[in-house]
Ligand binder design. Structure first.
Ligand code: ATP
Length: 489
């Protein structure tokens, strides 16, 4: 995308509730076939509307009357147009209006969903290694022109090594000068950013004020797919500027050898972790690596014994359906939450030296001796075309848990995995699909993989609980991407 928007013809315009309506002399306009939004109501002019959602910037050029009318002003509009892909456009329009601060009024309407009158001040972290080395180019070509066109204040930092994003965010003194941290990366960088914020002395203030979001430039872009409903960096950049912020739950992970770490997406043990982290050596296969890993484990009928204690919130399919309908909302940005304080970080579960609480349920050994998939998540879409947690809710204080064991036939498990794009795998009768508040997982095999937000974690006893509404992020339309949770009827 060029960051020099195309300048359009001078048109007369009016402010309407939905956008700026332009009247264009049709015989002078070469744009007619492309832009006509409403039919002509005169012989000479046609109307089209630039929706406020597409306007990035508005600036008054000349407040003196351009054609002798009192209150007639020239305003330069910068906006995006959709023509297969997003394109930047600039247009000078003549507006007759008595509003004293016309461009400010237009900008207010353009950003009204965000509760700001200006684009956010952004810190961009780019992982040049992400997305097989394409992240920097994707950001510069597709996302940055949109930030520039919106006259957005932003600063770009590049990560130089694993964990660098955590270090940058933990040590940055002026972090509260920004409104939003944008990760131009896969899911690894938001994971590191959230943990960098968590390690700060002023973490309560940081989590209260700063939003963390993603422009999808990696191989796994779950945050953008789930929250911004796109895998396209240009669309995501537009959404980052235009969408409301929403508070979401995080997961706190306790392990014997580690300080507590936070996760925004998922934790997996068993076949999926093996297929992901356990196939790093197959990177040369590109995106097929994961499928090859899973099919191999499936054919081996692999099992991953463990001990598992769970604090269930809605255990069976019926209770889960009820929980889902009681807790889903059309727009989570409207929900009022308590402010984040030091208490928001307090863990409720016992330390690992103590046994799990008596009211947690120890899962039947028939399941845990034969476990094949153990996957918990907080966002619905874990990678492109994988709607693994179709019932995920941003702020229900629960994780979604999916468990299968290898007593199901290979065909049944294969059939289940073939349904993850639609999210109907959770309807299978052999699948445990529950809402849980906390759990403790102790692998009973000496070696294996534990994956958190796609990153490898130490293979040891792991206890997880939800920290409600800790993270501010950005969500298109204030909700997760439409995943269409298939209800259990
Ligand atoms: N400059 C760098 N060189 C190497 N690794 C880096 C660099 N910067 C960040 N990383 C690491 O790259 C890993 C993957 O990052 P990210 O999730 O953004 O990309 P991805 O392409 O989706 O991931 P993956 O490589 O797992 O497919 C993270 O663990 C991160 O710490």
């Amino acid at each position: 995308m060029s960051d020099k928007p195309l300048l359009q013809t001078l048109s007369r315009a009016t402010i309407t509730p939905n956008g700026i309506q332009l009247s264009v002399d049709w015989h002078k306009s070469s744009q007619y076939p492309l832009f006509c939004c409403s039919s002509s109501n005169s012989d000479r002019s046609i109307h089209r509307t630039i929706p406020y959602h597409d306007i990035l910037f508005a600036e008054e050029l000349d407040s003196s009357a351009s054609d002798g009318d009192f209150g007639t002003r020239e305003v330069e509009l910068t906006y995006v147009a959709r023509n297969n892909k997003l394109e930047l456009k600039k247009e000078i329009v003549i507006i007759t209006d008595y509003e004293p601060n016309l461009s400010q009024t237009i900008l207010q309407k353009a950003y009204d969903q965000t509760n700001r009158t200006h684009p956010p001040r952004i810190l961009v972290l780019i992982n040049p290694h992400g997305g097989k080395g394409k992240a920097l180019k994707l950001f510069e070509d597709k996302a940055e022109p949109i930030l520039k066109a919106a006259q957005c204040e932003y600063e770009v930092c590049t990560t130089l090594k694993h964990q660098h994003a955590t270090e940058l965010i933990r040590t940055r003194k002026d972090i509260l000068e920004f409104d939003t941290i944008v990760c131009a990366s896969g899911d690894g960088i938001p994971h590191e950013v959230i943990n960098g914020l968590y390690q700060r002395d002023d973490r309560a203030e940081c989590f209260e004020h700063l939003a963390v979001t993603q422009i999808p430039c990696g191989s796994g872009n779950a945050m953008s797919l789930s929250c911004l409903d796109t895998n396209d960096p240009a669309e995501a950049a537009l959404s980052v500027l235009k969408s409301p912020s929403v508070r979401i739950d995080l997961m706190a992970i306790t392990q014997p050898s580690q300080p507590v770490r936070l996760s925004f997406l998922s934790l997996t043990y068993g076949m999926i972790a093996d297929g992901d982290i356990g196939t790093e050596w197959l990177r040369f296969l590109g995106p097929f690596r994961f499928e090859v890993g899973i099919v191999t484990k499936l054919l081996q009928n692999a099992k991953y014994p463990c001990d598992l204690s769970v604090d269930f919130c809605a255990k069976d399919h019926q209770l889960l359906s009820q929980h889902y309908s009681d807790n889903t909302k059309p727009d989570y940005s409207k929900t009022k939450h308590l402010p984040i304080t030091d208490k928001s970080f307090e863990l409720k579960s016992p330390s690992l030296e103590n046994p799990p609480p008596k009211d947690w349920e120890r899962l039947d050994s028939q399941i845990t001796d034969n476990l094949s998939i153990f996957y918990v998540g907080k966002m619905p879409i874990v990678s492109a075309d994988t709607n693994f947690f179709p019932a995920a809710i941003p702020d229900d204080g629960c994780m979604d848990l999916v468990i299968t064991d290898n007593r199901s036939s290979v065909l049944d498990t294969a059939n289940l995995l073939l349904q993850v794009d639609k999210g109907t795998h959770v309807l299978q009768k052999d699948v445990i699909h529950s809402k849980v508040k906390a759990f403790r997982l102790a692998p009973r095999i000496p070696k294996g993989y534990l994956s958190v937000d796609g990153e490898s974690f130490p293979f040891e006893t792991t206890q997880v609980e939800v920290l409600p509404t800790l993270l501010k992020t950005v969500m298109k339309e204030g909700t997760y991407a439409e995943t269409g949770f298939p209800s259990y009827s």
